[in-house]
Design a binder for this molecule. Structure first.
Ligand code: ZN
Length: 203
């Protein structure tokens, strides 16, 4: 008895012509034309939640192994081997849901704050090397993500224990608590345009 699964949505971008047999996947993952593709691929959970950023090769192995489906690929950029043609992936989704216990907030450290604020002073925009409590701790401010910002040495010295209202200063960005997804993405630089439908809205 055979089971037929009706295709959903538009036809897949992946054109697979497997030769069959027991060839290890790593051996059949096509080489991109023109050598190495230095692409980054957004890996989503089965629930469409972003999980990680992986290499093109890793993504191709997951797709060809049936562990993930290709949601978005560069159709103008094809990976070819003797038996397979595959659009270079940009977004893939795991076939099975995996439980990832990484939703805890990122620990509040100087390095993490500087990374969140892209190493730019939240008051003047210059290169930041320290952190500052927006409402000083001596004035009741908390040591929390929404009260700590990246700060340059000059602003830090000028601000002292004063409030922004006393200085007439304004924050360039509202400080937010990063979650696991944002922290993960921050490590991999700017998201690709194709990822945007799958990323959480910016705060
Ligand atoms: Zn500054």
């Amino acid at each position: 008895m055979t089971q037929t699964i009706a295709p959903l949505g538009p036809p897949p971008v992946v054109g697979l012509r497997m030769s069959g047999g027991s060839v290890p996947l790593s051996a059949v993952v096509p080489r991109p034309r023109g050598g190495c593709v230095r692409g980054r691929v957004l890996l989503l959970n089965a629930s469409y939640e972003p999980l990680a950023v992986v290499t093109v090769r890793r993504a191709a192995v997951l797709v060809l192994g049936g562990k993930a489906e290709l949601l978005h690929g560069h159709e103008e950029q094809l990976m070819r081997s003797a038996t397979i043609v595959l659009a270079v992936p940009s977004v893939i989704r795991l076939s099975r849901f995996v439980l990832v216990p990484y939703h805890a907030t990122v620990p509040l450290t100087r390095r993490a704050v500087l990374r969140r604020d892209r190493h730019a002073c939240s008051y003047c925009g210059q290169s930041a090397s320290t952190i500052d409590h927006v409402v000083p701790r001596s004035r009741g401010g908390s040591h929390a993500w929404d009260n700590v910002v990246a700060c340059c040495l000059a602003c830090n010295g000028r601000k002292g224990d004063r409030l922004l209202s006393e200085l007439g200063w304004q924050l360039r960005h509202t400080p937010y608590t990063p979650n696991g997804t944002r922290a993960m993405l921050a490590r991999f630089g700017e998201p690709l345009p194709a990822w945007s439908p799958y990323l959480p809205m910016a705060a």
